[in-house]
Design a protein around this ligand. Structure first.
Ligand code: SAJ
Length: 422
């Protein structure tokens, strides 16, 4: 069995992956190009929150199954989990992936396995990674080294359970490469491993997140149409989802996180104009923050609104992650328009943001004219009536359908007409 492996890129996916394999008895070497990351991990400071992360980290580090270094450690297996951000033209910036491969090439030997986990556009293994190997005399088509694309599917907030339980798609550059990668994963996870080609795996990963983006866009479009028609979108979704083959997603203030708003562009980039639905879905979701700000302005026609309490800054419920959070453009636009803002979020770290955040709901609601709910944190689901008593005016605009109606407040919801006389 391959027992030595090197994980390149120790971020949201790389670090849990390294810990996961280390906990299975592998000798894992963690490498990150950023010395600060290595420095803080050596001091046992973990740069982000994830349930179970700290305990698992400490346990594998104490057992010396996981080590960190600012230089790459030669291994038999290399897993790259480096970022693939969007560039200014909404194309995948593959510079981190290429860099990781170039580092691996310094130590690569015949028979080694390279696993790419970073999300990548279709054909990246064929068109970008294999040529880099060939330049140095390795021919993956002849299996003198093996490359496989094994995308991650874990959801932030539940990473360790999903690393173990989710099925995995393994896309081999050759059949033998898929086989070799499957041998690494299958004995270590409860989920099933499915082997296919690299290109199929690349496209499958992108389609999973694009499926979600398009369906969220559909829910958001339904919300906007319903408000115009004066019918309740939330009730429509509840009832339509009683159909055994219908699963309408939830509308909201936009789509955040580092995957769903990004991955559709990796398809669009390679789609030769065939991705009209995917592009439209992106536009609908990207426009949601503006729609929310417009709705606040609509409320202002009827009520005097100066101070707004924002409930939720993170990109989704029960996480501290701020990446691509729709709350951020909404807050910025509201501030530009002269509203005074107090943000509540029980999860985010103050050091991560430029504006101030309250951990006390009471503090953020005090003297507010409107509470604008942007994230469905579990803390917001069962708020007592008196929570709102400190508000100047008890108006609540809930964009995530999580606030219980009560006598104290006037509740507006995304997907229902605002009922103001504009
Ligand atoms: N959202 C809605 N309505 C919904 C569902 C989500 O507005 O019905 C919003 C959320 O509020 C959030 C965004 O979408 O802003 C994304 O959240 P998410 O929970 O759908 O997904 P992520 O980004 O946390 O993780 C996704 C997952 N992909 C799928 O469920 C298909 C995860 O399994 C992937 O591993 C991850 O992307 C990734 O890394 O690619």
């Amino acid at each position: 069995m391959m027992k030595d492996l090197c994980v390149i890129g120790l971020g949201y996916i790389g670090l849990p992956t390294a810990i996961f394999f280390a906990s299975k008895g592998y000798q894992v070497h963690g490498y990150d190009i950023n010395p600060k990351v290595i420095h803080s991990l050596k001091k046992q400071h973990i740069p982000f929150d994830e349930p179970g992360l700290t305990e698992r980290f400490q346990s594998v580090v104490q057992r010396r199954n996981l080590t960190f270094s600012t230089s790459l450690t030669p291994s038999d297996v290399y897993i790259t989990a480096v970022p693939t951000p969007l560039d200014a033209n909404n194309h995948a910036d593959l510079s981190y992936v290429k860099n990781a491969i170039k580092h691996i090439l310094l130590y690569l030997k015949r028979g080694d396995l390279i696993i790419v986990e970073s999300t990548i556009p279709p054909r990246t293994l064929q068109d970008v990674i294999a040529p880099l190997l060939r330049e140095k005399g390795f021919y993956p088509e002849h299996n003198d080294v093996y490359i496989a694309y094994c995308p991650e599917r874990v959801i932030p907030g539940n990473i360790f359970k999903e690393l173990n339980e989710n099925d995995r798609i393994i896309g081999g550059y050759t059949k033998e490469a898929a086989e070799k990668a499957a041998k690494l994963f299958q004995p270590n996870i409860q989920g099933k491993v499915y082997q296919t080609t690299a290109l199929t795996a690349e496209m499958t990963k992108l389609m999973e997140n694009t499926y979600r983006d398009v369906n969220i866009a559909l829910a958001n479009e339904l919300a906007l149409i319903s408000e115009d028609l004066d019918v309740n979108a939330l009730e429509i979704i509840k009832l339509a989802n009683k159909h055994p083959r219908v699963h309408i997603h939830e509308p909201g203030p936009g789509v955040g996180g580092h995957c769903i708003p990004i991955d559709p562009y990796f398809i669009i980039e390679k789609a030769n104009g065939f991705s009209r639905l995917i592009e439209t879905a992106r536009k609908i979701n990207e426009n949601m923050p503006r729609n929310i700000v417009e709705k606040v302005n609509e409320l202002k026609y009827e009520y005097s609104i100066e101070n707004i309490a924002i409930l939720g800054l993170a990109y989704k419920g029960n996480v501290s992650d701020l990446r691509e959070s729709p709350s951020i453009p909404i807050i910025k636009q509201l501030m530009e328009q002269g509203y005074s803002i107090r943000i509540h979020d029980p999860y985010v770290h103050k050091k991560d943001i430029s504006f101030s955040v309250y951990y006390s709901l009471e503090e953020s609601l005090r003297e507010a004219d409107l509470a604008l709910v942007l994230v469905n944190h579990k803390q917001y689901f069962e708020l007592e009536e008196r929570t709102f008593s400190v508000m100047n005016q008890k108006l609540v605009f809930d964009t995530k359908n999580c606030i219980q109606p009560n006598e104290q407040i006037q509740l507006f919801q995304l997907g229902k007409k605002l009922k103001v006389s504009v």
